[in-house]
Design a binder for this molecule. Structure first.
Ligand SMILES: *Cc1c(COP(=O)(O)O)cnc(C)c1O
Length: 458
């Protein structure tokens, strides 16, 4: 039989439950701590920000959590997503490796982010909330949440990092088309924003600042909650539909991946693709290698410290034990805007610390080279974030070629790059540069971590 080019699952095969890896992590997770008292955060601390259903998921150790019917029905508009064999890319590389990619760019917002935006909007709506605030860097999360808000009748207010607000008018327009309101951050609408502006009137913002603003507004209003597009446990959980589908698709293809690769910003698309495979490693003795790829200019996993730190600049969020570059760290303006975050998912961090997954970093120019090679062989124009995964997949395929191995590689193509054409323009005209993060700068920012005593969840 001819080897398949594209593996499509029928609707009935879309998962009915999310996979919660917290059930299988050796030693469990470390509790998030209250930023003021240093005590474990309880449900009451989080209630001003999130609906109880999401707080329960955040601390749950149930292995399988059912996907509500209404959420599943909404996701079915574009799920299950295709798993595609990159046969043309394999030819281009002359590799004996088999390369597959799981394409998440077919969602309405063009990335994996609606996989969690939809359930988050659903649970908030169910709890009687009418408004959501959030932050967005490149605009991917803001558009995903605006779309979800439109479907569930919620008002969505997005604090958009000012640098992107000015450079990326199309993402902003997309949010507005779905009814979201978009404010450049730092703004004068919150105390956190006003404080930054007083000290740095020209500040172009950062995700950490925008989170402080969105959290402050949500805490101050009863009708409003906050939604985060990555990092938190419930977000990792919602994204596992990606890997659960991928496992079924490989079963259909009649082979198994040796290496599972995804780019890493806060960790959600990596978690989504990789956790179901890591879970099999933990419970069934399989040996999938799972690799997270981050930008060399924002290297939380590869150069950060594994400590308690805040999720935002102002220190308003709970302190979480994670790989962090320090909550003051403002990453350089690389084009993979969705990967510019100082910290990492606590679960991804724990798995890395235990040696259960791998992490590596890649330079901007090498990633764009990989993205263009991919676009010219496979056709899809990748998001700059996703190009980090492509870089690592190509490197694995070339390594397999040198060693004469038939390695099976799967990577997450987390989104399309249709709103990132300015970046492609810069790359193609030779104006794009690598950004070497000076060791001194990392050393300085690493001094600004919260560092609290770990408390494990019993
Ligand atoms: C936001 C984003 C990422 C990075 O976020 P994670 O939470 O690490 O997945 C990666 N790819 C795309 C296309 C994104 O929009």
């Amino acid at each position: 039989m001819k080897e398949p080019r594209k593996i499509i699952l029928p609707e009935s095969e879309m998962p009915e439950s999310w996979y919660n890896i917290a059930a299988d992590i050796p030693g469990g997770l470390d509790a998030p701590l209250n930023p003021v008292t240093g005590q474990p955060v309880g449900p009451q601390d989080l209630a001003p920000l999130f609906p109880m259903a999401l707080i329960e998921q955040e601390v749950s150790t149930e292995r399988h959590i059912p996907i509500p019917e209404e959420v599943r029905d909404t996701l079915l508009a574009w799920r299950p997503s295709p798993l595609i064999r990159a046969r043309n890319l394999e030819k281009l590389l002359g590799t004996p490796a088999h390369i597959y990619y799981k394409y998440e760019g077919g969602s309405p917002a063009g990335s994996h982010k609606p996989n969690t935006a939809i359930p988050q909007a659903y649970y908030n709506k169910k709890e009687g909330i009418t408004r959501l605030t959030t932050e967005t860097g490149a605009g991917q999360w803001g558009s995903a949440l605006s779309y979800a808000g439109a479907l569930f009748g919620l008002e969505v207010k997005v604090y958009m990092v000012k640098a992107s607000y000015e450079q990326k008018p199309y993402r902003k327009l997309m949010m507005q088309a779905w009814g979201g309101s978009v404010v450049p951050s730092p703004s004068t609408e919150t105390a956190a924003g006003r404080k930054i502006l007083a000290e740095h009137p020209d500040s172009l913002g950062s995700l950490g600042i925008a989170i402080s603003e969105a959290v402050e507004e949500a805490v101050g209003r009863d009708d409003t909650h906050y939604a985060l597009g990555s990092v938190l446990n419930h977000v990792m959980l919602h994204q596992t539909v990606i890997g659960l589908e991928t496992k079924k698709q490989f079963a259909m293809a009649g082979e198994q991946p040796d290496v599972v690769i995804a780019c890493h910003g806060g960790g959600s698309n990596f978690a989504g693709l990789a956790f179901p495979f890591v879970g099999d490693n933990l419970t069934k003795g399989t040996k999938y290698r799972c690799v997270a790829v981050e930008p060399a200019s924002c290297p939380s996993l590869t150069k950060g410290v594994y400590e308690y730190d805040f999720g935002d600049v102002a220190g308003m969020t709970p302190s979480m034990r994670m790989y962090t570059l320090g909550h003051d760290f403002v990453p350089p303006g690389i084009h993979a805007g969705g990967l510019r975050y100082h910290g990492a998912s606590p679960i991804v961090s724990k798995l890395l610390n235990l040696g259960l997954i791998e992490a590596r970093s890649a330079q901007q120019l090498d990633c764009f080279k990989a993205a263009v090679d991919f676009a010219r062989s496979e056709g899809f124009l990748p998001a700059p974030e996703s190009s980090h995964a492509i870089r690592a997949a190509i490197d694995e395929a070339l390594d397999a070629k040198v060693k004469g191995e038939k390695r099976v590689i799967v990577f997450g193509l987390s989104g399309h790059g249709h709103f990132d054409l300015t970046a492609y323009d810069q790359y193609l005209s030779g104006r794009l540069e690598n950004y070497e993060l000076p060791e001194k700068e990392i050393e300085a920012s690493l001094k600004v971590v919260a560092k609290m005593q770990p408390v494990s969840v019993s």
